[in-house]
Design a binder for this molecule. Structure first.
Ligand code: GLU
Length: 457
């Protein structure tokens, strides 16, 4: 018995190594994608060891290869009548559980590697929600910063003029991500409707309530992150009450994470944008942050106009030097490296939960795990956004609109069950307390079993 378990384990390790080696060769210039793949693949060893059918069906080599990568030109006219050209993407990674689902990111750093890492993560995150949604992602290297409303509209229309032929309520359902909110989704939705000549509301999520959007979608990622973190705290006999919290970012995820954490009695002392961070030891004035970011679209340093006693520091990484009990990175990928992770440990931080996608690099994650920081990885902790997107799709197909409370209650249930499933999967496979292993396995098994059932194609 022991020999056969050991053999299976060795076989699983060899298989995973060989899949990852091939992946590195084929995608040598895609560091973010390789990072996301490495994190997931190696954590699957115990489940692959117990399920030889995954090796027989070569599930891992198949799951790391997107169904298709769509890349296209987006030409649009700026306010000076100059023609600008950007690159658009949609990665349709896996649709075993449901139509491809995932946001669109508009940011100058967008490239194929970043799109693939996000789409790959999305497969497992979406599976974890328990909703019928596959994994995809898209976006453009377009920079929305400093653009007029009219320019944003023309860009979104040009982007959708190509994307529309690749998506549909039963095919692929985009939504927002960094640089894409309800305004951009609205412009894209209008163009899709015009081109299709039909009111297919379920083709995009994150629409405004009133024309097919769901109440509580805007709040969902941030609230969901705090619901998930509350479960982690409960596990350790703790709660948010009177805890000091640092939240990076000041976009949609950060704002609603701050709101819910404050609602639970935490003191949130810092948040940031891409230029720097504010530190307000008395606790962040969220109404001010909302006015700066949601109404004025301004930089976070203007917070000092509202709270002159707060501090502003240029640069983002040193936000992690602020002592806190709970760290909620909600800005972007790789914002916490080994150095910042060590500082969190030294400062006595006990909980890290990720609102952004892949904000901690691989070394940082290992440092949390080795130092008894209880860690909630992105694909579990930030799944609330896409989970409510799936609820928006459900409302769209049944032509109904649910109350805020109904959606919020469902969100709470979903976040609790993601936590429980991840925790139990970790225990089942011998990694109790490791939510990285647990969430990867819990998400993976659903997709892998679906792939086995579908057969090879
Ligand atoms: N961009 C979000 C995410 O990373 C939401 C995607 C969606 O709602 O489809 O999960």
């Amino acid at each position: 018995m022991t020999t056969s378990v050991m053999t299976n384990d060795t076989r699983a390790k060899e298989y995973i190594n060989s899949v990852f080696e091939q992946l590195k060769q084929k995608n040598a210039h895609q560091p973010e994608f390789l990072q996301a793949a490495e994190e997931i693949l190696f954590s699957l060893t115990p489940v692959v060891a117990q399920h030889p059918e995954y090796i027989e069906h070569n599930i891992l080599s198949r799951i790391v290869e997107p169904d298709r990568i769509i890349s296209f030109r987006v030409a649009w006219q700026d306010d000076n009548n100059q023609v600008q050209v950007n690159r658009g993407y949609r990665i349709q990674f896996n649709n075993v559980i449901g139509p491809y689902k995932g946001g669109l990111r508009f940011h100058p750093t967008v490239n194929e590697s970043i799109m693939k890492f996000l789409a790959f993560e999305q497969i497992f995150k979406n599976a974890l929600t328990g909703q019928p949604i596959g994994g995809g992602k898209g976006g453009s290297d377009f920079n929305p910063k400093g653009k007029s409303d009219a320019e944003i509209m023309r860009f979104c229309q040009a982007f959708m003029s190509e994307l529309y032929r690749h998506i549909g309520p039963d095919v692929d359902v985009p939504a927002g991500d960094i640089g894409v909110g309800a305004r951009e989704v609205g412009f894209m939705w209008g163009q899709y409707k015009r081109l299709r000549g039909a009111y297919e509301a379920g083709v995009l999520t994150g629409k405004k309530p009133g024309y097919g959007g769901s109440l509580a979608r805007k709040e969902a990622t941030g609230y969901g992150l705090v619901y998930f973190t509350a479960e982690m705290l409960r596990e350790k006999g703790e709660s948010f009450l009177n805890k000091t919290v640092v939240v990076s970012g000041s976009g949609n995820v950060a704002i609603y994470a701050i709101e819910k954490a404050q609602h639970y009695g935490a003191k949130v002392v810092a948040c940031s944008d891409s230029a720097g961070y504010i530190y307000d030891p008395e606790g962040i004035d969220l109404a001010a942050v909302k006015e700066i970011k949601e109404v004025k679209g301004d930089r976070i340093h203007t917070y000092l106009n509202y709270r002159p006693n707060a501090e502003y520091h240029e640069g983002c990484t040193s936000i992690w030097t602020i002592p806190c009990d709970i760290a909620l990175p909600c800005a972007t990928q790789n914002e916490i490296n080994s150095e910042s992770a060590r500082i969190l440990v030294a400062n006595g931080t006990k909980f890290v939960a990720e609102g952004a996608n892949m904000p901690s690099d691989l070394e940082a994650i290992n440092i949390y795990l080795e130092n008894d920081i209880y860690f909630g990885p992105a694909k579990a902790a930030n799944a609330g956004g896409v989970a409510v997107s799936a609820l928006e799709m459900a409302q769209n197909s049944s032509r109904t609109a649910w109350s805020f409370n109904k959606v919020d209650e469902k969100l709470q249930d979903i976040m609790k069950s993601i936590y429980t499933e991840s925790k139990e999967a970790a225990e089942k496979y011998g990694y109790a307390g490791n939510l990285v292993v647990g969430s990867n396995i819990a998400g993976f098994v659903k997709v892998a079993d679906g792939m086995v059932a579908e057969g090879v194609y």
